[in-house]
Ligand binder design. Structure first.
Ligand code: SAM
Length: 274
């Protein structure tokens, strides 16, 4: 285990609630030896900061399976891969003064898979107050307006992501983790990184204790198959759910919508079966 992180890892496209960009070094230190990894699976991919690290570390024959149950987010990945220049054009055209109109248009078209929706989403996440993604019970993005932002750096990140995602070893799907895992086959050369919404997460009402128990059952099952996995989680129940595995306590400065909350240091756990 343990890798030296002198790599240049591309930044994730957008800030994401629970995004692991600040913990990337700690994750790299806990990754298994990637030379044996033929399939990397990340079922809660979010903004993809951990995938971007894995992509740098993995050998050239590794296959990547990325999924998340946020359909609008997965549309961003697919459009970044297939229609990157159109997404960039959308971002260039959207205007700061039209923030609330753009937010309404985005929310009215949540099921649309298009470069326009991807551009709106990336633009909203980057220009909302604090930056980040948050939605209400209806699934509508509800952050208020922030400051105008440097579109050039967002577009550069989008183009870098495009260059990675066109690699045909990468598969991107919109799926609940359970369904995604049911469809997979595993062997000892598979590695999974799990970053679910936390047990005590303020923004994870849709991810219940039953979801956590289901994930823990998957982790038990994968272990019996000889598959290695690493997970980030929080909350005392974690200790019980994963009592048969290695649990390391860590203290993390929490972020809200992507902004560091100075006085919010939280206990989290790194859990692994190797
Ligand atoms: C903590 S975030 C992952 C952050 C990611 N590691 C990063 O660095 O950006 C958790 C992710 O789980 C996704 N999610 C929530 N419920 C899910 C489910 N049932 N199945 C799959 N993904 C889910 C959310 O959309 C969110 O992107």
């Amino acid at each position: 285990m343990s890798v030296t992180l002198n790599l240049e890892i591309p930044s994730s496209l957008v800030k994401w609630h629970g995004g692991k960009i600040r913990q990337i070094k700690k994750i790299g230190e806990r990754f298994p030896d990637f030379k044996n990894v033929e399939t990397y699976i990340e079922p809660f991919v979010g903004a993809g900061s951990v995938f971007l690290l894995a992509y740098q570390l993995a050998p050239s024959n590794t296959h990547f399976i990325l999924s998340d149950n946020n359909a609008s987010l997965i549309n961003c990945y697919k459009q970044a891969r297939d229609n990157c220049s159109q997404v960039c054009e959308v971002i260039q055209e959207l205007q700061h003064d039209d923030y609330y109109q753009i937010r309404s248009q985005f929310n009215e078209n949540l099921n649309e898979e298009s470069p326009l929706q991807a551009g709106r989403m990336i633009w909203l996440i980057t220009s909302c107050f604090g930056g980040g993604w948050r939605c209400n019970k209806k699934g509508h993005f509800n952050f208020s307006q922030g400051w105008s932002f440097n579109k050039e750096s967002t577009i550069q990140r989008l183009q870098r992501l495009h260059e990675i995602l066109v690699d045909d070893r990468i598969e991107i799907t919109h799926s609940c983790f359970h369904k995604q895992l049911l469809e997979q086959s595993f062997d000892e050369r598979t590695f999974l990184f799990f970053d679910p919404p936390y047990m005590q997460g303020a923004y994870s009402p849709g991810f219940s204790k039953d979801h956590h128990r289901c994930l823990a059952d998957w982790c038990d099952h994968l272990h019996t198959l000889g598959v290695q996995w690493l997970q980030s989680n929080a909350g005392d129940e974690v200790k019980d759910l994963y009592k048969n595995f290695i649990i390391e306590e860590d203290y993390i400065q929490r972020t809200c919508g992507g902004t560091v909350e100075r006085n919010n240091i939280a206990k989290e756990y790194w859990i692994r079966n190797y």
